[in-house]
Design a protein around this ligand. Structure first.
Ligand code: MOS
Length: 703
C-alpha cells in the first residue's frame, strides 16, 4: 500500500500540490465578493423576518417607513409581484421560503415578511428595524424529541428510500451472543459561511443579471427562470468568489427578493443577509434521535444491524436528514434494517449541511460499533475488519473500490494504535484522563452533468470555460490541474473561467460531486482538443475550441456502490475537575479517489475533521419553546471550535483511484466530517469509562 504524502500520484500536473490560483487576490483583498461589487444606481434591500413562530400577517405599517430617509419601497405579501413555485429542480421541489411575500402565512419564526429597499444599506436597515408588522399569532410547537407521536415515514425521494430491510432483525438479535441497543441524539446544527448570503439583481435589456454567492450558478439561474417565468436564456447568474457554502448556498430568499425588487424599481438591488437572519433563512441540520441495535456472534460477526433515525422538517417543505443510510454502505448482516422518519414542526426547513445524513448517522453507528467492540472484547478496528462487506449490504452491487482496510492499517500504524490498552478510565495525567478512539467514515461518490469548453489559444496558452463554482475549495486550481495533465502542459499555461451561467450548464459544488463532475467534462473536452491539435496546422486568432457535455456519458455509468471511505482517530484528555474535553490530536486516513491537488484536498479533509471536533464538543442551536426562535443566533451564542480547540489534525490518504472515472476522482468534500465526532466520543469513553450518546459532549454532561 502506498500513500501520497509528498509524492504525486501520477506524473504530470494531476496530484501536484498547487496553491490557489486566486489565492493572492483573496489575501490582498483584490478578490471581490458579491456584496463588494460596486454598481451604478445600486439600491439596498433589507429582509424583515417574522417575529412570531406561527400565524398570519394581519397588516404591515408601510407609510411611516416610506417617509424615512432614502427609503424607496417596502415589498410585502400585498404588493409583491406574484411568482411561480410550481417546478422541480435538480434538488427536487422548491422550498416555499423561496416564494417570498406571496401570502400572509407565517409557518415559523424567521420567515421573510417584507423587504425594505433604500438608497443606502444603513437606511434600509434602520427602516427595516422600524417596520411594524402586525400578526395574528397561533400556537406553535417547535419541540423535537425521540419517539414523537407525529413522526412519519417519508415517501421515497430521488435521494433513495426512507426504509430498507432484509432478514428478521428480532430473530437474529435473539440469537446473538452480544447485543448493543443504544439511543443517540444530535442537536440542531448550523452552517454559517463566513461570507453571508448575498445577491445583487438588475435588468440588462430583457435579461435578468444576478451577482450572487452560491454553490452553483446553473442551479440558481435555472430556478430563478422558473420562479420568474423567464426563458432560461434570459437569466444570467455569476458568482466569481464565494466565501463558503457547506450546503446552504442554493437558491435562497436573497436572490428572489433582490430580483423582485429590481423588477419593481427598475434599478439594481442588493440583498445581504445578516448573521442572525442566516440562522433561520438558509437551512440547517435537523436534530436527530437515533436508535442503533447490533447483534453479533461470539467472534464479533454481525447477525443484525438495525438503525432507526428520526429528524424534523418544517410544516411547508420536507427535508430528510438521512442518517440511517450510512449503515447500508458500511456493514452487512443477515438481518438489516435502516429507516429515517420525520416530524413536522413550526421551524424553518432544514437542508443539506456538510456530510448530510452521514455526519450524524456515523456518530450513532460508529459509537454503537465501539460499544459492540467493548462487549465482544475485540479491538474496534478488528471488529470492523471482520464485518467488511464484499458488496453493497443492501444493494448487492460491487463497490467501485473500497480501500477501507488500507485506511485502518495505515491509520493504526501512524496513530500508534497497536500499543493501545483497551481498558477504559485508567490513563491519568494530573487532572486529565486520557483516551483514544477511532471510527470509520464513508460518503457517497456521485457525479452530475456538466458542459465544458477548452480552447487552444494562438499564443500557446489554453483557456478552460466551465460553469463550476469555487466556494473556497480551490475548484479553479483543481480544474487547471486536470486540464494541464490532459494537455501535458504546465498548469501556468492554463487559464480557467468559471462561475457564470452563460458558460453553459455546469454541476453545482455540492454532495462532494463538484470536482469530479467538472473534471469529467474537462477531461473529455481536452481529449477532443488534443485530437484536433494532432491534425496539425496553425491556430487561428480565435483559437481552436473543443466542447464536451457529459449528460449522456454519466448516465451510462455502470451500477456500483461508489463511495469515499476513511478511518478517523482521535486522542482526548478529559478534565476530571471541570468536565472539559480537549482533543489532543486527530488523524484521518481516507480512500477518496484520485487526489487532484493534495494541498486543497487536505484543506477539505482537515476542515471536515475540525467540524467533527465542533460537532462532538461544541455545536448546539438552542430553540426557545416559548418564542419558537433561537437563543443567541449568532457566532457568539452558537459555539464552535476556535483555534485553541483545534490541535494537530492530520489528514492523508491511500491510493484509491475510481476505476470508472476518467480522472479517477471520487470526492473529498464531505467524508472528512463523517465519523470524526464518533472517534472523539469513543475516545472520551476510553478516557473516562462513560459513554456519551448525546452531542455535544459538554462539560456539564461529562461531570
Ligand atoms: Mo454539500 S452539504 O452537498 O454542499
Amino acid at each position: 500500500m502506498t500513500t501520497t504524502t509528498g509524492t504525486p500520484l501520477v506524473t504530470g500536473a494531476l496530484g501536484t500540490a498547487r496553491t490557489r490560483i486566486e489565492g493572492r487576490d483573496k489575501v490582498t483583498g483584490a478578490a471581490r465578493y458579491t456584496g463588494d461589487i460596486p454598481l451604478p444606481q445600486l439600491a439596498h434591500g433589507w429582509l424583515v423576518l417574522s417575529t412570531v413562530a406561527r400565524g398570519r400577517v394581519r397588516s404591515v405599517e408601510v407609510e411611516p417607513v416610506l417617509a424615512m430617509p432614502g427609503v424607496l419601497a417596502v415589498l410585502h405579501h400585498e404588493n409583491a409581484p406574484r411568482v411561480n413555485m410550481d417546478y422541480t429542480s435538480m434538488l427536487g421541489r422548491p422550498d416555499p421560503i423561496l416564494g417570498v411575500f406571496q401570502n400572509d402565512r407565517v409557518p415559523f419564526m424567521g420567515w421573510p415578511v417584507a423587504l425594505v429597499v433604500a438608497e443606502r444599506p444603513e437606511q434600509a436597515r434602520e427602516a427595516a428595524e422600524q417596520l411594524v408588522v402586525h400578526y395574528d399569532q397561533e400556537p406553535h410547537d417547535v419541540t423535537f424529541f425521540a419517539g414523537h407521536p407525529d413522526a412519519y415515514t417519508p415517501a421515497e425521494s430521488s435521494f433513495g428510500p426512507a426504509e430498507q430491510s432484509k432478514g428478521d432483525v428480532e430473530a437474529e438479535l435473539a440469537a446473538s451472543v452480544f447485543v448493543v441497543d443504544s439511543e443517540y441524539t444530535t442537536p440542531e446544527e448550523h452552517h454559517n459561511p463566513m461570507e453571508p448570503h448575498a445577491a445583487t439583481a438588475y435588468w440588462d435589456g430583457g435579461r435578468l443579471e444576478v451577482l450572487d454567492s452560491n454553490q452553483g450558478s446553473t442551479l440558481v439561474a435555472t430556478e430563478l427562470a422558473q420562479i420568474f417565468s423567464l426563458d432560461p436564456g434570459s437569466v444570467r447568474v455569476r458568482s466569481e468568489h464565494v466565501g463558503g457554502g457547506f450546503g446552504s448556498k442554493t437558491v435562497r430568499p436573497t436572490q428572489v427578493a433582490a430580483a423582485m425588487a429590481a423588477t419593481v424599481l427598475q434599478r439594481p438591488v442588493r440583498v445581504v443577509m445578516t448573521r442572525r437572519q442566516m440562522f433561520s433563512a438558509i437551512g440547517y441540520r435537523s436534530p436527530t434521535a437515533q436508535r442503533v441495535r447490533l447483534g453479533a456472534d461470539a467472534d464479533g460477526r454481525l447477525r443484525a444491524l438495525d438503525h432507526r433515525n428520526e429528524c424534523l422538517t418544517s410544516t411547508v417543505h420536507e427535508f430528510i436528514e438521512r442518517s440511517a443510510s450510512v449503515g447500508r454502505v458500511m456493514y452487512d448482516a443477515p438481518a438489516h434494517h435502516t429507516s429515517d422518519r420525520v416530524v413536522r414542526l413550526d421551524v424553518p426547513t432544514p437542508t443539506f449541511m456538510r456530510g448530510p445524513g452521514e455526519a450524524p448517522g456515523s456518530f450513532a453507528l460508529e459509537c454503537a460499533f465501539d460499544e459492540l467492540a467493548e462487549k465482544c472484547g475485540i479491538d474496534p478496528i478488528e471488529l470492523r475488519v471482520r464485518n467488511e462487506p464484499d458488496r453493497g449490504p443492501i444493494s448487492g452491487l460491487p463497490f467501485s473500490s473500497r480501500n477501507l482496510i488500507a485506511c485502518y492499517e495505515e491509520g493504526a500504524r501512524r496513530f500508534g494504535w497497536a500499543d493501545r490498552d483497551p481498558q477504559p478510565g485508567v490513563r491519568r495525567e494530573g487532572r486529565w484522563l486520557l483516551g483514544t478512539g477511532m471510527a470509520a467514515a464513508s460518503f457517497h461518490s456521485g457525479v452530475g452533468p456538466s458542459t465544458a469548453g477548452v480552447t487552444a489559444e494562438a499564443d500557446g496558452t489554453f483557456t478552460v470555460r466551465i460553469n463550476a463554482a469555487d466556494i473556497g475549495t480551490g475548484a479553479r486550481t483543481a480544474i487547471a490541474l486536470v486540464a494541464a495533465d490532459g494537455l501535458k502542459v504546465d498548469p501556468e499555461r492554463v487559464r480557467v473561467v468559471i462561475a457564470d451561467s452563460a458558460l453553459g450548464p455546469g454541476m453545482f459544488a455540492g454532495g462532494s460531486m463538484g470536482t469530479r463532475s467538472w473534471a469529467w467534462a474537462v477531461a473529455i473536452a481536452v481529449r477532443e482538443l488534443r485530437e484536433r491539435l494532432a491534425l496539425g496546422g496553425d491556430i487561428p486568432p480565435e483559437g481552436i475550441t473543443a466542447r464536451s457535455d457529459t449528460s449522456d456519458v454519466i448516465g451510462s455509468l455502470s451500477q456500483k456502490e461508489r463511495h469515499s471511505f476513511g478511518a478517523q482517530f482521535a486522542e482526548v484528555a478529559v478534565d476530571v475537575t471541570s468536565g472539559e474535553v480537549r482533543v489532543r490530536r486527530m488523524l484521518g486516513i481516507f480512500a477518496a479517489g484520485r487526489i487532484v491537488n493534495p494541498l486543497t484536498a487536505r484543506n477539505q479533509l482537515v476542515g471536515g475533521m475540525i467540524w467533527g471536533i465542533s460537532m462532538a464538543l461544541h455545536e448546539e442551536a438552542v430553540r426557545d419553546r416559548a418564542s419558537g426562535g433561537h437563543v443567541g443566533p449568532d457566532l457568539a451564542g452558537y459555539h464552535f471550535a476556535a483555534n485553541a480547540d483545534v490541535p494537530i489534525v492530520e489528514a492523508d490518504w491511500v491510493d484509491d483511484p475510481d476505476p470508472d472515472d476518467p480522472v479517477g476522482i471520487k470526492g473529498v468534500g464531505e467524508v472528512g466530517i463523517v465519523g470524526a465526532a464518533a472517534a472523539i466520543a469513543n475516545a472520551v469513553w476510553h478516557a473516562t469509562g462513560v459513554r456519551h450518546r448525546h452531542l455535544p459532549i459538554r462539560p456539564d454532561r461529562v461531570l
